[in-house]
Design a protein around this ligand. Structure first.
Ligand code: SAM
Length: 409
């Protein structure tokens, strides 16, 4: 089947892509909602098959997501989900492969991965520069993209950032052209735009991405354009994301609460992330053990709340250290080494089970991300924009690599 084995389909209309992704989510909403938990059964009709997966099969599926090969003995209904996910996630690359061109030197505070993102993003917006009278980089962070765009354009470039410290660091970094940086929370304060603005957002998180889309859509006919790579869809003030362009009959089925949106930010890949897959898995196992120990000590805890009050990185420390910090934080005496060892053994078994039972849900993570991309793209199209979507850089540069570019036609 072409979409599964060969090159991504290029010419599928955005609305048809939206339908595919929406259908995959609606049809498997029960899988999305049923997060397997340590100590609970889970897995539904696929339970026995999933628990039969050996470590090699698990690692293949977990690390390659919808691209993984599933064993032929998998139940047909599960293979149908795999196919639906692959079809929904089949997006083209937005730029031709850059080949082996030597990269420019990194700027101060810019990592090689951020440099690759900035270079790809700058190439994406290059065709828009003919029309843009100003670039507005929203959520500009350290301003690497802002500077990259300023260096290739003669028009004003402004970075908007709500974090005062980041904005002042961005101002202090050297640049051959000087973009300006303003401190503002655009969700709270609004995003004033002018005709001819090209709005850009690289890893514009959660609600920020939707705001950029709706603001630019409201500028239809005013030569506005937008280039956007979203991320962290769960970062929003409201409890759920409502689709921008679902028909009324599907609106509830496609409303995505924060815990589901957070799924789209997970990656089990080794590439393009801060810690390796193995390190992240070990950290998750420690958290399961810690949760158990806190529950045994009578601490009432919601799911995933065991790290509350601690820097998330402590989950990468040795279990005894993590446990000591979590207990001391709550004014409790840490458990004995023997209790910790018992909790660790229980967590190892439960983690192995939960990892397997969570595979079908994990398959839908990228579908969610693609759906939100398409939801934004179709909304812009409905407002008269020409829109292209696709992956902007390789997952090893960043797994959050889905982009849209929209210009008034
Ligand atoms: C993931 S970072 C990306 C930063 C930068 N674009 C990059 O690629 O390095 C998202 C940035 O958006 C900023 N941000 C988030 N919400 C914002 C808002 N409502 N208004 C302004 N900035 C915001 C954050 O402070 C953060 O610096």
């Amino acid at each position: 089947m072409k979409v599964l084995e060969g090159r991504p389909e290029r010419d599928v209309p955005l609305r048809a892509r939206w339908d595919r992704a929406a259908q995959a989510l609606v049809a498997h909403r029960d899988v999305l909602e049923a997060r397997p938990r340590p100590g609970e059964r889970g897995g539904g009709e696929w339970h026995d098959f999933l628990l039969s997966l050996d470590d090699g099969e698990l690692a293949e599926i977990e690390s390659r997501g919808h691209e993984a090969r599933w064993p032929e003995r998998a139940p047909p209904s599960l293979l149908a989900l795999v196919t639906a996910a692959r079809v929904a996630c089949d997006v083209p690359a937005l730029l031709p492969d850059a080949g082996d061109a030597a990269p420019r030197a990194t700027r101060r505070r810019e990592t090689p991965r951020k440099r690759a993102q900035v270079e790809a993003f700058a190439a994406l917006v290059r065709p828009l520069t003919a029309y843009a009278t100003r670039f507005v980089d929203v959520g500009s962070g350290h301003g690497h993209l802002t500077r990259g765009i300023a260096e290739q354009n003669d028009v004003p470039v402004v970075g908007l950032e709500r974090d005062v410290q980041l904005a002042s660091r961005a101002r202090a970094l050297p640049s051959t052209r000087s973009p300006t940086f303003a401190v503002t929370d655009v969700v709270r304060d609004g995003l004033p735009l002018e005709p001819g603005d090209c709005v850009v957002g690289l890893h514009a998180c959660g609600e920020l991405g939707d705001l950029l889309v709706t603001r630019v859509a409201s500028m239809a006919g005013a030569r506005a354009s937008l280039a956007l790579v979203g991320c962290c869809l769960q970062k929003r003030r409201s409890g759920e994301r409502v689709s921008l362009c679902a028909p009324a009959a599907l609106e509830r089925a496609l409303a995505l609460p924060k815990p589901l949106l957070g799924l789209s930010n997970l990656t089990a890949r080794d590439e393009g992330v801060e810690a390796t897959r193995v390190e992240n898995l070990a950290a998750r196992e420690r958290r399961i053990a810690l949760h158990r120990l806190l529950a045994e000590a009578g601490v009432p805890l919601g799911v995933g709340r065991e790290l509350e009050g601690l820097n998330r990185r402590v989950a990468h420390h040795a279990l005894a250290d993590l446990v000591a910090r979590a207990f001391v934080l709550r004014g409790l005496t840490p458990p004995s080494a023997d209790r910790i060892a018992k909790a660790a053994a229980w967590a190892a078994g439960e983690h192995a089970r939960v990892r397997r039972l969570g595979l079908p849900r994990g398959l839908l993570a990228r579908v969610l991300e693609v759906f939100v991309l398409l939801d934004r793209a179709v909304y812009l199209e409905q407002h008269g924009f020409e829109v292209a979507i696709g992956s902007l850089f390789a997952a090893r540069v960043s797994p959050r690599n889905l982009a849209l570019v929209a210009s008034s036609s």
